[in-house]
Design a protein around this ligand. Structure first.
Ligand code: DGT
Ligand code: CA
Ligand code: CA
Length: 568
């Protein structure tokens, strides 16, 4: 269980109690604890398993420590389950609307019986809210506007969050009456790091039956529109889903259209117009003659292009490249032979080196690197002079035991002045190190660039990890002179990490493409903090494909022999 999940349980508990109108001191205590847990560098789960005393953490008393223990060991919090029976948990969704705190939600619930976002919207439309004491017309307007924001420009969903939702919906739709095909199109198919909404394309004998079936999906809170061939709905978590159902014979043309991007499709259409050809979601036409419609390969061929992979469809040169038959042969997950950045219980990972190695072996990898943090980090206890010997010994023993090559590595912190958070004596004992920034993200561009270049000059450092430091929708990327850094990497034969954590995906697609053009070589790493997270590699591959990378651009597609030669 991640710290964020534990924190969320306490936030939910605090907010529900607050909405219920309970003792404010209790509410505050739970909220404080949630904040502490959220910001903690160490894994709470690990602390519990190791029998550490949680009450030494700020804001965690005996009672809360016991609850954490319960949550980690049983996966549940009895108190939270109980409160959820007393107040509808969907009230928590109301808190995401600007201007609505627990006190106001309490009023809406007790006075108007509102229990979810949909009922809130209906009450606002009927002007019931402005009649409540302490609310007024302004609040009502705000609520309607807030709903609109949430739905329209509001939250984009991480690809990794949208994926299971999309797959469940697809499985559901495949059971619809007269259904033939179901594809998740739009930005999801292009594997963008975040998606604004899901666009589903289906083909069926009787589209209206599919639409009807779709609108009965249990997770829907609002059906925005439902016609004979299209519907738009909002799910309980506020993700919008558009469904289009077409005849099977227009599948290719429709899929091309709904996959987008809009810029890509418009550029294609303009190109077609110059050839006297008309393209739309029903097909490609010359005069009245249908040139193509049933599959995408045919659609692209009809305008003189080879098939363009969805990840490339952003109008960034892919159309010109397709016309010259010069598209890259994109990397796939199967090309990956090892994972060179992951953590264990030696720093902030939650599993042992052995568990990590066993999972890597299960994934079919030939090699991995254990790369725990250096000890300079305040947030995560790392490998210092005292721990380095046991770290190395543990890696060597595990290598023999599990039967997979394990490189001895480290994610070394880059300090403010560009020096490293580990001594030469430590680094000498390792196979290599990745350098990474974990603090002072706001230095100016020149200083920040110099800081990274200085760290990269160290001979033990083989590359830069999560170069921009961004956390999607949470932390802005650092100001950097990418060109200078890429030039240095290419010249020195050092590597640019593409970090596959779904909230990082750092380096971005655009900069990956640029770096590749400048001759930089990449390493795609999961940066896993648990064995499950080794599966994040998939998201790194998505981003790599969007950045036009081929297997030959990425070092961890190499065999163990080749990799060993690289690091020697
Ligand atoms: P998103 O949802 O913001 O992550 O991005 P998309 O690309 O999924 O965009 P969305 O959901 O607005 O539309 C889905 C696809 O439908 C889009 O990729 C291309 C197509 N599309 C939407 N509007 C237009 C348009 O005005 N012109 C053309 N040619 N295609 C459009
Ligand atoms: Ca979309
Ligand atoms: Ca859409």
């Amino acid at each position: 269980m991640q710290n964020s999940e534990i924190a969320k349980a306490f936030f939910d508990l605090a907010n529900l109690l607050d909405i219920k109108g309970e003792n404010p001191f209790k509410v505050r205590a739970y909220k404080n604890a949630a904040r502490v847990i959220e910001g903690l560098g160490e894994s709470i789960e690990k602390m519990v398993h190791e029998g550490e005393d949680l009450t030494k953490l700020p804001g965690i008393g005996k009672e809360i420590a016991k609850k954490i223990q319960e949550l980690v060991t049983t996966g549940k919090l009895k108190k939270l389950e109980k409160v959820k029976k007393e107040v509808p948990p969907t009230l928590l969704d109301l808190l995401s609307i600007e201007g609505l705190g627990p006190k106001k939600v309490h009023e809406l619930y007790t006075k108007l019986g509102i229990t979810n976002l949909k009922e809130l919207q209906e009450a606002a439309k009927k002007h019931q809210i402005s009649k409540l004491r302490g609310f007024g017309a302004k609040t009502e307007e705000k609520i309607l506007k807030g709903m609109h924001l949430l739905k329209q420009e509001g939250i984009r969903f991480l690809y990794a969050v949208a994926k299971p939702i999309a797959f469940n919906l697809k499985a559901y739709l495949l059971k619809a009456p007269t259904i033939i095909k179901v594809v998740i199109a739009g930005s999801f198919r292009r594997a963008k790091e975040t998606v604004g909404d899901l666009d589903i394309l289906a083909t069926a004998k009787e589209p209206a039956l599919v639409i009807d079936y779709f609108t009965q999906y249990p997770d829907i809170i609002e059906v925005v529109v439902a016609g004979d061939t299209r519907a738009t709905v909002v799910l309980k978590n506020m993700l919008q889903v558009d469904l289009r159902v077409v005849q099977d014979k227009s599948f290719g043309a429709a899929l091309q259209y709904f996959t987008g991007s809009k810029d890509h499709t418009i550029a294609l259409r303009n190109m077609a117009i110059d050839m006297g050809i008309k393209m739309n979601e029903y097909g490609v036409f010359k005069g009245n003659k249908l040139l193509a419609s049933k599959d995408e390969i045919e659609v692209y061929k009809s305008i003189g292009l080879c098939y363009i992979e969805p990840e490339l469809r952003e109008n960034r040169g892919e159309i010109e490249a397709a016309a010259k038959n010069a598209l890259p042969k994109l990397i796939t997950l199967q090309d990956i032979k090892g994972d060179l950045h992951m953590h264990s219980t030696f720093s902030d990972g939650i599993e042992t080196i052995k568990t990590m190695a066993q999972k890597a072996k299960l994934l079919g990898y030939e090699y991995i690197a254990i790369s725990d943090h250096s000890a300079s980090l305040a947030i995560a206890k790392g490998v210092d002079e005292k721990k380095i010997q046991s770290y190395i010994k543990e890696i060597e023993t595990t290598e023999d035991e599990v039967g997979i090559k394990i490189f001895k590595a480290m994610e070394v912190d880059i300090l403010e002045d560009g020096s490293l958070g580990a001594s030469k004596e430590i680094l000498e004992q390792l196979d290599f190190a990745w350098a990474a920034i974990h603090s002072k993200f706001k230095l100016d561009k020149t200083t920040q660039t110099k800081r990274i270049l200085k760290a990269l000059q160290n001979p033990f450092v083989k590359g830069i990890a999560h170069i921009s430091g961004r956390i999607i929708a949470k932390r802005e990327p650092m100001q950097l002179d990418y060109e200078t850094i890429f030039t240095f990497l290419a010249k020195e034969g050092k590597f640019l990490e593409l970090n596959a954590q779904p909230e990082r995906l750092d380096v971005t697609d655009v900069y990956a493409k640029k770096a590749k053009e400048m001759g930089v070589k990449f390493v795609i790493n999961s940066d896993a903090h648990s064995s499950k997270q080794l599966e994040f590699m998939e998201f790194g591959i998505n981003q790599a494909r969007r950045g036009w990378l081929e297997a030959k651009d990425v070092i961890n597609t190499s065999s163990l022999k080749e990799i060993e030669a690289l690091f020697n």
